[in-house]
Design a protein. Sequence first.
Length: 113
Amino acid sequence: QVQLVESGGGLVQPGGSLRLSCTATRSIFNIYVMSWYRQGPGKQREMVATTVSGGSTNYADSVNGRFTISRDNAKNTLYLQMNSLKPEDTAVYYCYVPQWSLWGQGTQVTVSS
């Protein structure tokens, strides 16, 4: 049974950077769409970034220009590079593969001084 294993979350000061990883236990070579979502305290889960096979990407307005989504098919891994982090970026971050109807377990990101 395929799983998505996330890592890279933690506590960071405002203005800092983190890179999240989401590694699948099965090849992602034929996966068309992969996404990152987040759910902040008392908020609904929201889409942060999406990548489509072939290189197309889409970002939430709140992170556009600060976050970068990428994938490495050879490593079966999806990444989210997060720069210039703000306190409002504090959330649990999840990777999502619609083709598998599968979510990762989530990784906590806390931005605080």
